[in-house]
Design a protein around this ligand. Structure first.
Ligand SMILES: [Zn+2]
Length: 88
């Protein structure tokens, strides 16, 4: 800790970090960009910065990206469909 709280805050968190709410709001757009080979981090540096620092949000991001870039196989899709329908 120093006598300069702003500096401490700066070192702990990236000032560009948009926070969870904003990151989640933009996440699907961000994922589309990444999946499309665009430089999403350059477009949304605040989101990129947040995903580096926030575990839960980066997990959501990884999951969404996996879904977009690697669609579930037929077998998995059927399993999901069964789960969505629920037990009969
Ligand atoms: Zn977050």
């Amino acid at each position: 800790m120093s006598d300069w709280p702003e500096l401490d805050a700066f070192l702990e968190t990236d000032p560009a970090d948009v926070g969870c709410d904003e990151a989640m709001r933009i996440l699907h757009i961000y994922v589309e960009l990444v999946a499309g080979g665009e430089d999403a981090a350059a477009r949304y540096p605040g989101v990129a910065s947040h995903l580096r620092q926030c575990g839960p949000c980066s997990e959501d991001y990884e999951g969404l990206l996996a879904l977009v870039t690697d669609p579930p196989s037929d077998g998995l899709r059927q399993t999901l469909r069964k789960k969505l329908r629920g037990p009969r």
